[in-house]
Design a protein around this ligand. Sequence first.
Ligand code: ATP
Ligand code: MG
Length: 325
Amino acid sequence: MRTLSGIQPTGSIHIGGYLGAIKQWVELQNKGECIVFIADLHALTTPQDPKTFSQKTLETAVELLSSGIDPEKCIIFVQSQVKEHTELAWILNTITPIGELERMIQYKEKSKQFKDSVNVGLLDYPVLQAADILLYQVDSVPVGKDQSQHLELTKTIAKKFNQKYGETLKVPEALVLDMGGKIMALNDPKKKMSKSFPETCLFLFDEPEVIEKKVMTAVTDTGKTIEYDTAKKPGISNLLTIYSLFSGKTMKELEKEFKGVGYSKFKRRLAAMLTEKLEPFRRKKKELMQREVYVKEILERGRKRAEIIAQSTMAEVRQKVGLLS
Ligand code: ATP
Ligand code: MG
C-alpha cells in the first residue's frame, strides 16, 4: 500500500496536526510505502516573508523528523523541488470547473481570514493538492477531517481525467481518524487548532512552562464533571481526546480515573502528562536544528526518489493529453 500526505510550512507543528495526520504517517511508514512532503507552494497562497520562508521550510522538515518520520522508511521532500506538481496542476486546472473550487469551505474561510490578499492560488489550492496526490498513484491519503472535502474533489478530478483521456490516475481514499481527526483550539473549542492562528495552538515543541500555561487557561465548559460529550462539553471533550491519544488510555478509563475530580486538577494532570510525552520531541528538534546539512541531504535524497515516480506519471499524462513529445 502506498500513502502520501503533506504539511504546509506555515508555522510550527501543533498537536492537532500531529494527532490528526502525522501520527498516522508514522504508523503507516512501517506498513507500506509512505511519501511525505512539505507543501511550500501551498503555503505561498497566504502571506509569507521571503526572508525567512526557506528557513521555515527547513524547520518543518526538522519537526517532521522529530515527530517520528523516518527517512529510511519514508520518502520526504519539498513540494517546490519536484516540478511535476505544478505541471500536473495546470493540466488538472483545465478539467476543473471554477464552481467546484468556489464552494470549498477552506477557500471561503481563508479568503475571509486573508481578505486583503485573496489570490488565484487560494482558489486553486485544491487542484494543486489533487496534483500532489495523483502524481504518486497512491492508495490512500491520511489527513485531518478538515481536508475531507478536498480529498473528495481529488477523487472527482481523477475520475474526470480518466474518463476524458483513458485510465491513467489512481483514485485514492482519504484516511481520516474518528478520534483525533479534528483537534479543537484550546482557547475556543468551536474552532479547529490551526497554525495560521498561533493563539489556538499547543505546539508539539512547546516548553513545559508554556504547556502548563496553555492547558491551565484552556476554555472549559459549565458544570464540574469530567465527561466526554462533544455537544454539551466541547472544551472538556477536546482535552479528554488529547489526554486519551497521548496517554493511550480509553475514554472510559479516563472518565473513571477523573470521577469527582475538579477541572483544575484534571488540567494539571493533563499538563504534566503532556510535558512528559512531548519531551522526546523537544529533545530531537533541538538536536536536529544543529544539523542543517544532514537534513538537507535527507530532503535531496527524497526529492530524487519522488521525482522518479512523478516523472513516470507525468510522461503518461502528457502522452494521454496529446502534448507534443
Ligand atoms: P494552516 O492554518 O496554515 O492551514 P494547519 O494547522 O491547518 O495550518 P496544515 O499544514 O494545513 O496545518 O495541515 C497538515 C495536516 O494536519 C493536514 O492533514 C490537516 O488535515 C491536519 N490538521 C491540521 N489541523 C488539524 C487539527 N486541528 N486536528 C486534526 N488534524 C489537523
Ligand atoms: Mg490547514
